[in-house]
Design a protein around this ligand. Structure first.
Ligand code: URA
Length: 268
């Protein structure tokens, strides 16, 4: 296993969380106790006592006090962990499985800390998967509106016609009635019996690539994710992982270097 770089912290976008979650994350109280603190009027946001349990705040912008003491410093010091894993086939992108199948988190040593997968790769899909304890990054990378592209290499059964691939590029209605957004699809290679494509998506519906190719009658035989936004790593072999660098995290979140590289647009 390789470790290329160490951990990093980012505080870029406005991100609101429920007060009880923030108080618990600051290590001041359990969530349950935090709720009691709120309802008993011990918590304020920007000087205003808040007793409503659903109230949200952003620790990067709001001053949150419990019993008159600011908790923002505790929240800032929380270490953020960002891991890039090359997920092998036969692992589940989940934190638990009632069926007892191998989990992606089992590929990381416990010393990495508690992290969750950002989005999902199917059990039999290989490739790049981010794991983190940062909910902000998770939301950013998975929300379709941020247009963080995901690029896949796909091997399919048979050789689809150009007409069929053009349909997939424009967007198709899947078997459950949902419509896919437009996609970039490039033929990489073909033989008499198979074709390989590079597929770029900005959305991540469940099993989207497999369902798209099923729809045109060319089932996916192998699927590998090779890029997430600006993030790629050809030297990371299946089953191996590394920490992301601070620059990689910033760029993923549409940071300055990314904007400069693509003329100010968020992601391609
Ligand atoms: N599309 C799929 O069909 N499967 C994945 O794992 C990822 C994208």
């Amino acid at each position: 296993m390789t470790i290329h770089d160490s951990r990093s912290t980012i505080h870029d976008l406005r991100m609101e969380h429920r007060l009880q979650k923030l108080i618990a994350a600051a290590g001041i109280a359990s969530r349950r106790h935090a709720e009691e603190l709120i309802t008993s009027g011990k918590v304020s946001i920007n000087g205003q006592i808040v007793k409503e349990l659903g109230t949200k705040a952003d620790p990067d912008h709001d001053h949150i006090k419990v019993n008159g003491k600011l908790i923002n410093p505790q929240l800032k010091n929380q270490e953020k962990i960002y891991v890039l894993l090359n997920k092998p086939r036969g692992y589940l992108s989940s934190l638990s499985d009632p069926e007892g199948r191998p989990l992606v988190t089992e590929l990381l040593p416990q010393s990495v800390g508690k992290v969750h997968p950002v989005g999902r790769l199917d059990f039999n899909t290989e490739g790049l998967l981010i794991l983190t304890n940062d909910g902000q990054l998770t939301n950013y990378v998975t929300a379709a509106r941020n247009r963080v592209s995901k690029v896949y290499e796909v091997k399919v059964k048979g050789v689809p016609t150009e007409v069929a691939i053009a349909r997939l590029r424009r967007g198709v209605t899947l078997e459950d009635g949902t419509r896919t957004a437009s996609a970039k699809i490039k033929l990489l290679h073909q033989t008499e019996t198979n074709a390989w494509f590079e597929v770029l998506l900005h959305q991540g519906r469940n099993q989207q690539v497999r369902r798209m190719f099923d729809l045109i009658g060319h089932s996916v035989l192998k699927l590998r994710r090779v890029r997430i936004g600006s993030l790629t790593d050809e030297s990371l072999k299946p089953g191996y992982w590394r920490f992301l660098t601070g620059a990689e995290v910033k760029r993923l979140m549409g940071g300055p270097s990314r904007k400069k590289a693509n003329g100010g647009r968020k992601q391609d």
